[in-house]
Design a binder for this molecule. Structure first.
Ligand SMILES: Nc1nc2c(c(=O)[nH]1)N[C@H]1C(S)=C(S)[C@@H](COP(=O)(O)OP(=O)(O)OC[C@H]3O[C@@H](n4cnc5c(N)ncnc54)[C@H](O)[C@@H]3O)O[C@H]1N2
Ligand code: MOO
Length: 364
């Protein structure tokens, strides 16, 4: 709410040929017919004044002998009543709701709170998320590779994604493929975080211990552990009680693309939901495919970038190439995940130019 009537323009004067009052900042001074007053943008409008004129729409007729004081001016453009005056309540009406429940407090919303003088508000607390990579083959990104080793990229991706979301995160490092190590790492993590996200070790391999440790050692409830989707088939979701609190575990697949896609489809919405976001599932748009796409037996989340033609509001989606779930390059520059249905006897492909739903995951 604007608590004073304010001038919207820099330096103003009134009516046709007017004599200038000396403005001394006194609001009680009244402008009467035949007179005007010089004011600055945002200054309170003097009593009696009912229009503001831009200084460039005036010319000086008469000044004092020393030239320091304007005595008379001419107004070149006839003003209308109320011109360039922002009345009290024109920005925010009295009693108007400035923010609604569940609204995210971004820079503008914080500015609104500052405008109305509210310095404390009730908020959802953001969950703290721990990120753990699992696998004997993993080394830190700065370590030279030796035979059989690969660099851990999943942790970098997930921690960056969490940073982007603005949630606090804890880097839990790499756990070797042993039930004892996993149990130790997970138990320690439960004291520090609300959600643990692991990658790797959730499929059918003989070193895939995550589910066993969750179920047997941590007495977790596994809500699901396989999903009909590509990528992301072994995605595992569990909850467990730890010192009187419910903790959440997302066991994401180890393949780099699978872990990012499932992060967007499961972790990000869960965090949004826990943060009070009213629309946690993200934005889905229609896109036009730029080529024939062969459907997989599993519903597929196909990575694509977007372009717009000048005369068409619907974007065209361009595949990022080979969609194998180890190929992290297929995520680079992907701004959407096209949500392709599973193939069926009558439908084996999506033809070029068809419209499909796509989840927005990055800048478009
Ligand atoms: N018998 C079956 N085998 C597999 C199945 C299945 O259904 N039956 N599913 C396949 C699918 S689909 C996926 S996805 C993978 C996922 O397996 P895990 O989650 O157990 O992942 P890992 O085997 O540990 O790793 C897979 C792959 O990714 C590499 N990796 C792991 N962590 C990282 C990391 N932090 N940074 C970079 N790369 C990582 C790892 O070295 C492997 O190459 O299972 C299939 N198998
Ligand atoms: O489900 Mo996996 O993620 O296809 O490679």
């Amino acid at each position: 709410m604007l608590p004073i009537q304010a001038s919207g323009l820099l330096l103003a004067r009134m009516y046709f040929e007017k004599y200038i009052y000396e403005w001394d900042g006194q609001l009680e001074k009244t402008v009467t017919s035949g007179f005007c007053m010089r004011i600055n943008t945002g200054a309170p409008v003097p009593n009696g004044a009912d229009a503001v004129v831009q200084v460039e729409d005036t010319e000086l007729v008469e000044a004092s002998v020393d030239g320091k004081t304007e005595i008379q001016i001419r107004i070149l453009k006839f003003p209308t009543v109320g011109q360039d005056i922002r009345p009290v309540g024109s920005d925010i009406e009295k009693g108007q709701e400035v923010l609604s429940v569940g609204q995210r407090l971004g820079p503008s919303e914080l500015g609104l709170l500052a405008t109305v003088g509210v310095t404390t508000v009730q908020c959802y607390s953001l969950p703290t998320v721990g990120v753990l990579s699992t696998g004997n083959e993993l080394v830190e990104p700065n370590v030279p590779l030796t035979e059989g080793k690969i660099r851990d990229s999943n942790r970098t991706v997930l921690l960056a994604q969490l940073k982007k979301l603005g949630v606090p995160s804890v880097d839990l490092g790499i756990a070797r493929d042993s039930p004892d190590t996993l149990l130790q790492k997970l138990s320690d993590a439960m004291d520090m975080v609300d959600i643990v996200v692991t990658t790797g070790g959730v499929s059918m391999g003989d070193k895939d211990y995550l589910k066993q440790v969750l179920l047997v050692d941590l007495k977790a409830k596994i809500h699901f552990a396989r999903v009909l989707m590509k990528p992301g088939k072994p995605t595992t979701f569990a909850t467990l009680e730890h010192k009187g609190k419910t903790k959440i575990v997302f066991g994401l697949p180890g393949n780099p693309v699978s872990s990012i896609v499932t992060c967007h489809l499961y972790l990000v919405p869960a965090i949004r939901k826990m943060s009070g976001c009213p629309n946690p599932l993200g934005t889905v748009i229609k896109v036009k495919v730029d080529r024939d796409l062969i459907l997989d037996p599993r519903p597929e989340y196909h990575r694509a970038s977007l372009t717009w033609d000048a005369d068409d509001a619907t974007p065209t989606a361009h595949t990022t190439g080979n969609q194998i779930s180890s190929r992290l390059l297929s995520m680079s520059c992907a701004s959407v995940l096209m949500m392709l249905p599973a193939s069926s006897p009558g439908a084996s492909h999506i033809p070029k130019g068809a419209l499909v739903d796509a989840l927005v995951i990055g800048p478009v």
